[in-house]
Design a protein around this ligand. Structure first.
Ligand SMILES: *[C@@H]1O[C@H](CO)[C@@H](O)[C@H](O)[C@H]1NC(C)=O
Ligand SMILES: *[C@@H]1O[C@H](CO)[C@@H](O)[C@H](O)[C@H]1NC(C)=O
Ligand SMILES: *[C@@H]1O[C@H](CO)[C@@H](O)[C@H](O)[C@H]1NC(C)=O
Ligand SMILES: *[C@@H]1O[C@H](CO)[C@@H](O)[C@H](O)[C@H]1NC(C)=O
Ligand SMILES: *[C@@H]1O[C@H](CO)[C@@H](O)[C@H](O)[C@H]1NC(C)=O
Ligand SMILES: *[C@@H]1O[C@H](CO)[C@@H](O)[C@H](O)[C@H]1NC(C)=O
Ligand SMILES: *[C@@H]1O[C@H](CO)[C@@H](O)[C@H](O)[C@H]1NC(C)=O
Ligand SMILES: *[C@@H]1O[C@H](CO)[C@@H](O)[C@H](O)[C@H]1NC(C)=O
Ligand SMILES: [Ca+2]
Length: 872
């Protein structure tokens, strides 16, 4: 037992010694400029260059040179200069290196300035920069990678000037400005009187090469004069040579899913050590929080690790499912239903264990970042180019993470143990706002801050509440109240996407200026009247009334126009979502001029906005991330369905071979045509083309000015489907005429039959005619069908008369003949039969020919007139 104890103690002591002893490595000199973050002109390290001692005379001029250095920015200034070099008060920009936004500026020989725009560096990281100049070419490297290559004219630089780290010279070793100073660390500044090769630069960047220090300026042996707020420090080389992932420990208890989501919101991942060195660092960072991270209901662990054996028991992967090739489990880790990894509490230093992922336990956690994630604060009203509203997470050992601004702000806990945060301006050393972040623990997401200073934030006075939104969301994402990021297209899309519903708050589309008057007609985009577009869809005809000459139409009208005074928020491609209450804005009025106004029925109008453009550039001074659209390029659309009876002046002369043109007149009655006018018209017919009695032809639109109002005329052409009348009127009449014609072929003696036939056809025809004309309006003029029926009736009537006449004539002749042949033995019928064809029969013959002739003649004339008048 005792022996075991001793071994145990020895092991712990060895381990502790191992952890506490710094890994041996070379220490390097590091200057920390402006450690209290206050901009000042006094902080600098400088020297007067001594030309390398070789041949006399020429060597005070350099045309081939290389400058390399490492820097770590704490805070940006308006323009941050890492170093500068002046050979005289006039030539004060012979060499310098400045940083602004994503740009690195290198000046070389007063008039030359080179910038590379596409670098993204963040405060809180070490960078290695080199620039290499020969007679013709100029190269800039960042972290060993070539960023920029330029061809330059020959430059030669005097080597007896003043070299200043941490300030920008406007005079020899003077003329500094606070907002051009450097706040952060600088080390390894070397100046070579030759060009370095890319391999040498890469070696220097990673501290692996064999390149000597500079021959003109060598970092470790040069005597720098250090002045003002500069700390002269010694750092282990690996701190700045090796790019290592950063861990940020969040010392609050969270269930596993919350811990994961927190890192997702920060655009990073829940941490898991990838190797022994990682494991040691993370554990060392987590251990100071041991007491607040031990859940009372869990005996062994205190810290979540992003490892899981969900897919296969005992096979540990990271959260993306990639097999971990480093784990540090103590004991068995194969228990079923224990699928998440945690750190064990001491004495199992750095050891892992498994536990359930369920919400049963809450532990602390850390996020792992390769490069610091940039968080942006909306609602600060700071100009974009300074990046004052940009932040990175930063953690001091044993303390809660703080949000360090890029230039002057810091968001830090008021007290370590509380969830109150303050926004501090480091330049003025004032606390601008306070936040009580209950529940969330952190000031991420949209939160109401209490302002403590007058006019410092967006000009608001103190003690008011102001919404600030801090998150790592990208430009195309919306920040939810809790800091979750959702795609901006999900903002105000009538679906809840944020965990706290905040993507659907403040979704009013309309932004009206204060002085908006909905009684005023919007001005036209070009000078002149407001142009309205009309899109009219004829949905169908609910009634075509021939008797009253009425056309009842179902219409869908859409009026569109631009209102320049308005702006809209978060327009969607689906325009039904872009709804605006019509009462809040100006809307045009349309009058249906030739409609029977008591019988017009309309649906209530629907007003929405058609998204036609990209949103305006984002304005980060607005706390809510909304996409804004301008009224001058995104039209309003007012849609309404209408059912109205229009009067239509039909011309029935050619009935039933007629074509009707009915029009609808829409007058813009809101204002005269010097204020609004129809601009573009688009009419479509969506109903059936073939109606029972009509075929719908062209639907045309035209504009005209009438009484100084703009009128749109929509004309619809109807072709009558005459086959109904052909079969129900023309064919029967023709058949009847043939029947009556046939009566002319009956035996003359059968007079009863002939008269009966003709008379019946006459009656049938008359009944038919009555029936047809019942459905037609009573016109003062005759219609084509009237002519036809009248002719048929006349013809058949003439036939009846003729038959009667023949009969009379026949009887007269018979009486006369009976007189002649009154000898016995000859019967009356025989006498008649044998009688030679005489006047009556000849009349019959004539009648047959005449009938056919008249019919044909009339038919030819009638159909040629009718067909000539047809429009189809
Ligand atoms: C930066 O610019 C250089 C050329 O100026 C180009 O070769 C390089 O790809 C750019 N890098 C990025 C990240 O855009
Ligand atoms: C200058 O450097 C560039 C690129 O490294 C090289 O192509 C060029 O030949 C050099 N010019 C001289 C004169 O050495
Ligand atoms: C550097 O030398 C030039 C002449 O070689 C001289 O004019 C200039 O004043 C010197 N500059 C400094 C800072 O000594
Ligand atoms: C671990 O895996 C990574 C790739 O996932 C690989 O680059 C690395 O060499 C591996 N390390 C060991 C020790 O196997
Ligand atoms: C800022 O002000 C606080 C007190 O308000 C003071 O303790 C602190 O030293 C000041 N910091 C600086 C850099 O002036
Ligand atoms: C955001 O949503 C839009 C529309 O759904 C889609 O086209 C776009 O790719 C999404 N963007 C991202 C980054 O997911
Ligand atoms: C009206 O139509 C024209 C042409 O079709 C188009 O250029 C214009 O933008 C439209 N105006 C509105 C307000 O929709
Ligand atoms: C007319 O309207 C239809 C449907 O509403 C549409 O497809 C067409 O593009 C419009 N034409 C014009 C010229 O606006
Ligand atoms: Ca939504």
């Amino acid at each position: 037992m005792a022996c075991h104890g001793v071994v145990y103690v020895v092991m712990i002591v060895t381990l502790a010694v191992y952890i506490l002893t710094p890994i041996p490595g070379e220490a390097g000199r590091v200057f920390n400029f402006q450690p209290n973050n206050q901009p000042t002109t006094s902080s600098r390290a400088w020297l007067i260059l001594q030309p390398p001692a070789s041949e006399e005379g020429q060597d005070s001029v350099l045309s081939n040179l290389s400058v390399c250095l490492r820097f770590f920015i704490n805070f940006f200034r308006e323009s941050t200069y890492v170093f500068s070099y002046a050979t005289s008060d006039k030539n004060n920009n012979e060499m310098n290196m400045g940083l602004r936004e994503n740009t690195i500026f290198i000046a070389l020989g007063s008039s030359y300035k080179y910038g590379s725009r596409n670098m993204s560096y963040v405060p809180g990281m070490w960078y290695h920069a080199c620039f290499v100049v020969n007679v013709t070419t100029f190269l800039v490297y960042l972290d060993g990678e070539l960023q920029m290559e330029r061809t330059v004219g020959e430059r030669s630089i005097l080597m007896n000037g003043s070299l200043v780290l941490g300030q920008e010279t406007d005079l020899v070793n003077g003329g500094f400005q606070e907002q051009q100073s450097f706040c952060g660390f600088i080390t390894d500044f070397n100046l070579y009187s030759r060009t370095l090769t890319p391999e040498e630069v890469e070696g220097l960047a990673t501290c692996t090469g064999t390149t000597e220090e500079g021959d003109v300026v060598a970092w470790s042996s040069t005597q720098w004069t250090v002045e003002g707020a500069v700390e002269d420090l010694q750092f282990q080389e690996e701190e700045y040579c090796v790019k290592r992932p950063r861990f940020t420990v969040f010392p609050e208890l969270r269930v596993n899913s919350e811990a994961k989501q927190l890192c997702v919101n920060l655009k990073s991942r829940l941490a898991v050590p990838r190797n022994a060195e990682d494991n040691e660092r993370l554990y060392a960072q987590a251990l100071p929080f041991l007491n607040q991270c031990r859940p009372p209901n869990h005996a062994k662990g205190f810290f979540w690790l992003a490892a899981t054996d969900e897919s296969e028991n005992g096979v540990w992967t990271d959260l993306e499912g990639v097999l971990l090739n480093y784990t540090n489990f103590v004991g068995t880790n194969k228990a079923l239903s224990r699928e998440c990894a945690i750190y064990l509490i001491p004495p199992n230093n750095q050891g892992w264990d498994d536990t359930t992922c369920s919400d049963l336990y809450k532990f602390c956690s850390a996020c792992r970042e390769e490069t610091p994630a940039v968080l942006k604060m909306r609602g600060l009203c700071e100009p974009e180019d300074l990046k004052a509203a940009w932040f990175t997470l930063h953690q001091r050992p044993g303390q809660k993470p703080v949000f360090k601004g890029f230039t002057k702000y810091i968001v830090e806990p008021v007290k370590e143990s509380e969830t109150s945060w303050r926004l501090v301006n480091l330049w003025t050393n004032t606390t601008l706002a306070l936040l009580h972040a209950h529940g969330l623990h952190y000031p991420m997401g949209m939160q109401q801050w209490q302002l403590l200073e007058d006019y410092e934030v967006c000009g608001k006075s103190k003690d008011t509440q102001h919404m600030l939104s801090l998150s790592a969301c990208h430009a195309f994402e919306y920040t939810c109240g809790d800091g979750t990021c959702v795609n901006l297209s999900q903002r105000c899309d009538l679906r809840v996407d944020c965990p706290d519903n905040t993507d659907e708050i403040g979704c009013e589309k309309l932004v009206k200026p204060q002085d908006y008057l909905s009684s005023l007609t919007p001005a036209g985009v070009e000078p002149g009247p407001l142009a309205l577009n009309l899109s009219l869809q004829v949905l169908g005809f609910s009634e075509i009334n021939l008797r009253d000459l009425k056309l009842t139409v179902d219409l869908a009208t859409t009026l569109s126009w631009y209102d320049q005074r308005l702006q809209y928020r978060n327009l969607k491609a689906i325009r039904e979502i872009n709804h605006i209450p019509p009462s809040q804005v100006w809307t045009p009025k349309v009058e249906y001029m030739n409609a029977d106004f008591p019988y017009i029925s309309t649906t209530s109008p629907i007003l929405n906005v058609l998204r036609q453009t990209e949103p305006e550039p984002d304005d980060p001074s607005a706390s809510l991330h909304d996409e804004m659209y301008l009224g001058e390029s995104n039209p309003l659309r007012l849609s309404q369905k209408v059912n109205a009876p229009f009067t239509c002046n039909m011309n029935l002369r050619n009935f039933p071979f007629d074509t009707q043109h009915c029009s609808m007149l829409l007058r813009l009655s809101s204002a005269r045509n010097d204020f609004i006018t129809w601009a573009d018209m688009n009419v479509t017919y969506l109903g059936e083309t073939l109606l029972t009695e009509y075929e719908v032809g062209a639907v045309l639109a035209a504009m005209r000015e009438e009484d100084r109002y703009s009128v749109a005329m929509v004309q619809i052409t109807f072709y009558r489907r005459f086959w109904f009348y052909v079969t129900s009127a023309y064919l029967p009449t023709i058949m009847l005429m043939f029947v009556s014609y046939a009566s002319l072929f009956c035996k003359r003696e059968n007079s009863d039959l002939r008269v009966m036939m003709s008379l019946t056809t006459l009656l049938v025809l008359y009944a038919l005619y009555q029936q047809i004309s019942d459905g037609l309006p009573r016109t003062s003029y005759t219609k084509a069908i009237d002519v036809w029926c009248f002719f048929a009736i006349t013809l058949i009537f003439a036939t009846v008369i003729f038959h009667v006449f023949i009969d009379v004539v026949g009887k007269m002749r018979l009486r006369r003949r009976r007189h002649v042949a009154e000898e016995p033995g000859i019967s009356m019928w025989a006498a008649v039969g044998k009688a030679p064809p005489e006047g009556a029969d000849r009349l019959m013959l004539w009648a047959r020919g005449g009938y056919a002739g008249v019919l044909v003649l009339f038919g030819v004339v009638y159909w040629s007139v009718v067909l000539a008048n047809m429009e189809h």
